[in-house]
Ligand binder design. Structure first.
Ligand code: SF4
Ligand code: SF4
Length: 490
């Protein structure tokens, strides 16, 4: 068993108040309840309220605030939105339901990111086809569907299955949390070496007959019902073993490990992301997911600008169709499939130049880390644009939704919706993009240099430059108010 060698220099859980809060049994619940209330209100407003996207809590909270704040949180600390995810409150009902259903184990063939990858592509396609950002009603049903899926999966399979193998949003967070400056790690690896119970992953039962574990990684990890006379501390819901963690991959920041470790040996360490990246070699499925997120980010931004409509109309004329679904399939499918194939070919070419004539899987492992910073930057640039153009509008739309419930008596303050820092938007997007491009380029050179051939980074640097320039050109264009893809727009 290989364990980490160095203790963290700065541990956020040592800060006054924070460590105590993290160890508090109800810490996560305290974060989840406000988001649950917001989700319920958004569903109510999405289904019952006015179907005008900028004036409805469902669309404003999901497509402006949730996405924008999520990337901001990843950048300044970590995966806070998984930590506060209200979907996890379905664990109580799913445990109840589980009593009447067979308990299954997640198929071995799906213990990777390929299902998530397929769901992510399906989401990107549906987002464009059904104009999800413009429909409060569909957005409300998306939220309901998400809760239903979490409930169904976690009722049939061990807790944590949904987060690790199914949830596209959680896996988006996992993949992009490699940019985050904090990571769970062991304070003292020597303590872990002599720790018999490995409680951080297995969970712990304390009291009534001494100390024991809640079960191995294949057993239900979240013991929600306290055993009589004992205190229970669930282990890691995504089966991470703290002393072996080398990245934020699959960490929901639930802090179960902090509470389960009886030796107070878990840290939330501040780290330099670039140093961690340089050591991280993602599995091939993760590298592929990172690549699809990178290209999906470009596609999602491209779909906002007039060039996308012109391309769609050209494709429609070429294949003689009026079917938007077909045109989107060709455009998005072409970009994602073609771009992924090209990226993998570039990985192989770089490997060959480095003197490693290896297959696609091994090349993806070697170079895959390179795509993550640029993927983050493209999504951050895009979602921060939407967030900043409507950051204060959350106030009037919430007032309006509460008013419908009789919980707010005044008139919504729509003047707040006009507070847009327009001059800042494009420079901020470009700054984020250059930072991501710089970090990805650094990693390409670093991986190549570690292999003894810095010039092997050449093809990757060229490909990253093409993607970064394309994205700047896209972000620099005015955003369209879109009608249907194949008509003249609005
Ligand atoms: S329970 Fe604590 S001491 Fe034991 S392996 Fe996990 S982090 Fe280390
Ligand atoms: S228990 Fe697992 S998922 Fe939760 S914070 Fe610890 S390592 Fe991350």
């Amino acid at each position: 068993m290989s364990l980490g060698r160095t203790a963290p220099r700065l541990d956020l859980l040592r800060l006054p108040g924070l460590g105590r809060f993290a160890r508090w049994r109800y810490a996560r619940l305290t974060l989840q309840l406000p988001l649950l209330a917001l989700a319920l209100l958004a569903v109510f407003d999405g289904l019952i309220g006015r179907q005008v996207a900028p004036q409805n809590l469902a669309t404003v909270s999901v497509w402006l605030h949730y996405r924008g704040l999520l990337v901001l949180a990843l950048l300044v600390l970590g995966n806070l939105f998984c930590a506060a995810c209200p979907l996890m409150l379905t664990r109580g009902p799913s445990r109840l339901l589980g009593r009447f259903l067979p308990r299954l184990s997640w198929p071995r063939a799906l213990r990777n990111k390929f299902l998530v990858l397929g769901l992510t592509v399906a989401f990107l396609f549906a987002y464009e086809l059904f104009d999800l950002w413009a429909s409060p009603w569909l957005t409300a049903w998306l939220i309901v569907g998400y809760f239903g899926a979490a409930l169904a999966v976690d009722s049939l399979f061990p807790a944590g299955t949904f987060c690790k193998y199914v949830c596209p949003l959680g896996n988006f967070n996992f993949a992009l949390s490699h940019v985050s400056p904090a990571q769970i790690t062991a304070r003292d690896p020597d303590v872990c070496r002599s720790c018999a119970g490995q409680y951080c992953v297995n969970g712990r039962v304390e009291g009534a007959g001494g100390r024991g574990t809640l079960g191995g990684p294949s057993a239900p990890l979240l013991q929600l019902e306290p055993l009589p006379g004992a205190q229970t501390f669930p282990g890691c819901e995504t089966t991470l073993f703290v002393p072996q963690m080398r990245s934020n991959q699959d960490c929901t920041l639930c802090l179960n490990c902090v509470r389960a470790c009886p030796h107070d040996n878990v840290a939330l360490a501040v780290r330099a992301p670039t140093r961690s990246w340089a050591r991280w070699r993602p599995r091939a499925d993760l590298a592929l997911l990172g690549t699809v997120l990178l290209l999906g980010g470009v596609a999602n931004a491209w779909a906002m600008v007039p060039g996308f409509r012109r391309a769609a109309q050209a494709v429609a004329a070429l294949v003689h169709t009026r079917s938007e679904a077909l045109v989107l399939l060709i455009l998005l499918g072409g970009l994602l499939l073609g771009g992924t194939a090209l990226t993998l070919a570039v990985f192989r070419l770089s490997s060959r130049l480095a003197g490693h004539p290896e297959g696609t899987r091994r090349a993806a492992r070697r170079w895959g880390v390179v795509v993550f910073p640029l993927a983050f930057a493209i999504w951050a640039g895009h979602t921060s644009f939407h967030f900043l153009t409507g950051w204060a509008s959350i106030v009037p739309v919430t007032q309006q939704a509460l008013g419908r419930l009789g919980l707010f008596a005044g008139s919504p303050d729509w003047t707040l919706a006009a507070l847009v820092p327009e001059n800042l938007l494009f420079p901020l997007q470009v700054a984020l993009l250059y930072a991501g491009y710089g970090a990805s380029s650094y990693l390409a050179v670093r991986v190549a240099r570690d292999g003894g051939a810095w010039w092997a980074a050449g093809p990757l640097l060229a490909w990253l430059t093409v993607l970064a320039v394309l994205t700047v050109l896209i972000l620099g264009q005015p955003m369209e108010l879109r009608g249907t893809l194949l008509d003249g727009g609005r």
